[in-house]
Design a protein around this ligand. Structure first.
Ligand code: TPP
Ligand code: MG
Length: 624
């Protein structure tokens, strides 16, 4: 009875929390009524039962769905929810900007394979986080986005703060939006959001709860619902096995993010088929880079040298849990071969080019079905292929280890130095710097869910918060970023969160004072660059001002010791790496450019060539 009165008193909006606590303290009631330590308890079997507020029901449901971390910023519409998170011991991380909330949840989800969760206000909370949710949408990363909306229903009034068309905005970046209009629906809608985020093509899903429902009390009785559907198209699988069983056909496997949790089966199938395995960028780590059949990423001119050469001899590509997106294919510049396309999202099948066999299936179930028929599809060991892969790797390694920088550090040398300081299970987050294409080629990901890059939305500034999300999930692992100086400027304030939370991420910043990526694209096409030069930054002051440690690496001679020193420091560290791209070749850029040019009309080609010709005789190019 006492307990009931106390809870209601604290919930009344007109009574300040401090006032209520003071009044209760005066009555010596506090020790008995407020737990000394918040404690996360989940109702056995995942049920949410009892009479409590909508806010608490939402927190209970998040706990019952296995949520271990929530990222976001509270606001008037969500204070009740955040207080309940604290009360129930649900771990939360306050960020500086909602872009980071979405991106931390993204980095968390990529590292764990579990949906990331964010809690934000409507209006600016939503507009701020849309870039991050867009990244998750295009990269198929499950996120559950909880929004405390303006008051609705009987409590609705005109001109409320943050009253934009919040649901409509969310629909542009989420695969589904659940709008709650009755307090009793909260648990079921949250559960459905978790299922939707992981089903079909995974992605972000929002649950929008008018804040008046957080305050309403209800008798809840909500059972867990089943997990995501994992399809297996049996006739399609049989057709695929039939084609794979033709012994004269040489198979190559192209594995994507969909294979990420099925490494063991993928390795087995590759060995059964004696097939070289390439991955997409998002699929890096699904197949161990140190396996003799691993050829890197891509399999076209945009990808690894090894993959392109090894796939030269392939007759049929078995593509599993992967799409053929613009970035992963270098503007669709990969060779079109006979294709078996397997994916759990039906719309992905054949969306870019026509497969001979099309299988609507979850990667794990498809791999299992193929392995059950191993005797029909197995090949003799192929030592010649293994030798060729070793040779290709040697020539690729020579390119990696050549120094192209004229001064400062070659970014490829930095990538290799970071790799040397990290173990197989450590996490590496790569931003939208030109170096992302170098890292995709050179980074040896030997375990699943260890290499991350925002592939298809390419939102600059992603790596800092994403890495913090990964560190939140795995406090004991080393976590590092590869971040361009332009990318840093998009989310640098989040360093203060790393400092406050003592998230010991090592942030490596490629300081070339420019948008090198844009310079490469513009320089070749226009013989000058426009809007690509950055203002100088005092990185040491920035690091110190935001409370993180600092290391500076100026020349190639001090690179190895500088990287080691950064990893040797216990907390978060900003490392400024003076960078010079010099004349380093970029396979991805060359492939995408060649493909782009090949698709120009004759008239466009003439116009481009004429412009280049006239500009090459002008002495001053006028770059800025
Ligand atoms: C939010 C956003 N704005 C613009 C772009 C276009 N863009 C892609 S890469 C890039 C420059 C990256 O520069 P920096 O971080 O300095 O990396 P660098 O290539 O110099 O290593 C730009 C402007 C983008 N991808 N995302
Ligand atoms: Mg730069």
């Amino acid at each position: 009875m006492h307990n009931q009165i106390c809870t209601e008193a604290i919930m009344l909006p007109q009574v300040s929390r401090r006032g209520a606590i003071q009044a209760l303290a005066a009555a010596s009631a506090i020790p008995a009524l407020i737990p000394q330590q918040a404690e996360a308890r989940v109702t056995p079997g995942g049920w949410v039962t009892g009479s409590f507020s909508g806010a608490r029901a939402l927190v209970e449901t998040l706990l019952s769905e296995g949520t271990r971390a929530v990222f976001g910023i509270p606001g008037a519409q969500e204070n009740e929810l955040w207080d309940e998170m604290k009360q129930r011991g649900l771990s939360y991380t306050l960020v500086t900007h909602e872009f980071s909330a979405a991106t931390m949840a993204d980095g968390y989800a990529r590292a764990t394979g579990q949906p990331g969760v964010i809690a934000i206000v409507p209006g600016p909370g939503i507009t701020n986080c849309m870039t991050g949710l867009g990244e998750a949408r295009l990269d198929s990363i499950p996120i559950v986005c909880i929004v405390g909306d303006v008051a609705r229903g009987e409590k609705y009034r005109a001109f409320q703060v943050h009253e934009l068309d919040n649901t409509a905005m969310l629909k542009t970046v989420c695969k589904q939006v659940f709008s709650v209009d009755s307090v009793g629906d909260i648990p079921l809608m949250v559960r459905q959001a978790f299922v939707a985020a992981q089903s079909d093509e995974p992605g972000p899903v929002a649950v929008v709860v008018p804040y008046n429902l957080f305050l309403e009390r209800h008798l809840f009785r909500s059972a867990p619902i089943g997990g995501p559907v994992r399809p297996l198209d049996l006739p399609g699988t049989e057709e695929a096995i039939e084609l794979l069983s033709k012994e004269n056909l040489r198979i190559g496997i192209y594995a994507g993010l969909g294979c990420m949790d099925h490494s063991a089966k993928l390795i087995q199938l590759a060995e059964v088929l004696q097939a070289p395995v390439a991955t997409s960028v998002s699929g890096k780590g699904a197949f161990p880079a140190d396996h003799p059949l691993s050829v890197g990423w891509g399999y076209g001119p945009q990808g690894s040298i090894v993959a392109e050469r090894a796939f030269g001899a392939v007759d049929v590509v078995l593509a599993i849990g992967v799409r053929f997106s613009e970035v992963s294919t270098g503007f669709y510049s990969f060779p079109k071969k006979r294709l078996i396309h397997v994916d759990q999202c039906r719309e992905n099948l054949g969306a870019v080019y026509s497969p001979e066999v099309l299988v609507h299936a979850d990667a794990g179930r498809f791999l299992g079905a193929c392995l059950a028929q191993s005797d029909r599809i197995s090949r003799q060991p192929n030592p010649a292929l293994a030798d060729r892969i070793v040779n290709y790797r040697e020539s690729e390694s020579r390119v990696f280890h050549t120094n192209y920088a004229r001064r400062g550090n070659d970014p490829m040398a930095l990538i290799l130095a970071i790799r040397e300081n990290m173990s197989a299970e450590d996490l590496f987050y790569v931003d939208v710097t030109a170096s992302e294409h170098l890292a995709a080629e050179a980074w040896q990901a030997t375990q699943p869910r260890t290499y991350f890059n925002p592939t298809d939305n390419q939102g600059m500034g992603w790596s800092l918060p994403a890495a913090m999300g990964g560190q939140r999930a795995f406090p004991g692992r080393k976590v590092a970023t590869l971040t361009g100086d332009g990318c840093l400027l998009m989310s640098a304030m989040e360093l203060s969160t790393a400092a406050r939370e003592n998230l010991p991420v090592k942030f490596f910043i490629l300081d070339d004072g420019a948008y090198h990526y844009m310079q490469m694209l513009q320089g070749a096409a226009y013989k000058r660059t426009t809007a690509t030069i950055l203002a100088p930054i005092n990185y040491e002051s920035l690091a110190k001002g935001l409370g993180v440690d600092f290391v500076k690496i100026e020349s190639g001679e001090t690179l190895a010791e500088g990287v080691k020193a950064a990893f040797g420091k216990p907390g978060p560290v900003l490392t400024q790496v003076s960078t010079d791209y010099g004349t380093r070749p970029f396979r991805w850029i060359d492939a995408a450019r060649n493909r782009f040019i090949s698709e120009l009309s004759r008239e466009q080609k003439i116009r481009f060539a004429a412009r280049l010709g006239s500009r090459s005789v002008v002495m001053r190019q006028g770059s800025d």
